[in-house]
Design a protein around this ligand. Structure first.
Ligand code: 13P
Length: 251
């Protein structure tokens, strides 16, 4: 059985001071033991996050982006090796906000995912269709295309990967994809993973993101083929996020 996973994505919130305070508050929360919990932090806040975490092992600390080269003349970029030095265990790749605002292409996502895997950091590969594509019934085609590209350089034998299905129209809108629609997409993604990676594909986690909150998290988590959730705005308050984690565990 795949252990469920809840990841908080702070996006561009919380510099070092607020990040440290979030972690200290979250450490006071009672958390379920039967699932993994992580938080994807802005790069500049990674050291403060770790410092506030101390010897605690929850939440797992992740980043939100990485470049595909290990060093060199790439002004402003951060490499997977640098993140490794900061004890980052996972990193989001290809979030739709980066695809939309920064022009990240499928090819860039593929390179980033492979570089992270090579550095021993779990890539969390984000895929999802926009509203127009959704309305045109192109969801499956778009997600398959994004995923096929993103996985093209991933090694079956390397650090395991996570897929996050995040329909763009559901992000930050309060208009979440229904669990039954999410299930259908997750099944299709699982099929693709099985085809590409064989047995290894069966254990890769596929999580859902898009307007997940404390009211609906349990429903997603208990849906078959949904191995966890990726949470944006409902993760910004540490106590509310703690509540979300507990609510998901009761399912
Ligand atoms: P919201 O939970 O705010 O909809 O954001 C989802 C998301 O983009 C997580 O990566």
């Amino acid at each position: 059985m795949i252990k469920k996973l809840i990841i908080a994505n702070w996006k561009m919130h919380y510099g070092p001071v607020k990040a440290g305070a979030w972690i200290r508050a979250f450490r006071r929360e009672r958390l379920p033991k039967d699932m993994d919990i992580g938080v994807a932090v802005p790069h500049v806040s990674l050291p403060a996050t770790h410092a506030s975490l101390g010897r605690a092992s929850v939440p797992l600390i992740g980043a939100q982006n990485a470049f595909w080269k290990s060093d060199g003349p790439f002004t402003g970029e951060i490499s997977p090796d640098m993140l490794k030095e900061l004890n980052v265990t996972f990193c989001l790749v290809g979030h739709s906000e980066r695809r939309i605002h920064l022009g990240e292409t499928d090819e860039m996502v593929a390179q980033k995912a492979a570089a992270l895997q090579a550095a021993g950091i779990q890539p969390v590969i984000c895929v999802g269709e926009n509203e127009t594509e959704h309305k045109k019934g192109e969801t499956l085609k778009i997600v398959r295309g994004q995923l096929t590209a993103a996985l093209s350089k991933i090694k079956t034998s390397g650090t395991s990967i996570i897929i996050a299905y995040e329909p763009i129209w559901a992000i930050g809108t309060g208009n979440a994809c229904t669990p039954s629609d999410a299930k259908k997409m997750h099944e299709a993604i699982r099929e693709l993973l099985n085809k590409k990676f064989g047995k290894a594909g069966q254990t890769m986690r596929i999580i859902y993101g898009g307007s997940v909150d404390a009211h609906n998290a349990a429903e997603y988590i208990s849906t078959s083929h949904v191995d966890g959730v990726l949470v944006g705005s409902a993760s910004l308050d540490p106590c509310a996020f703690g509540l979300l984690c507990r609510s998901a565990a009761i399912s």
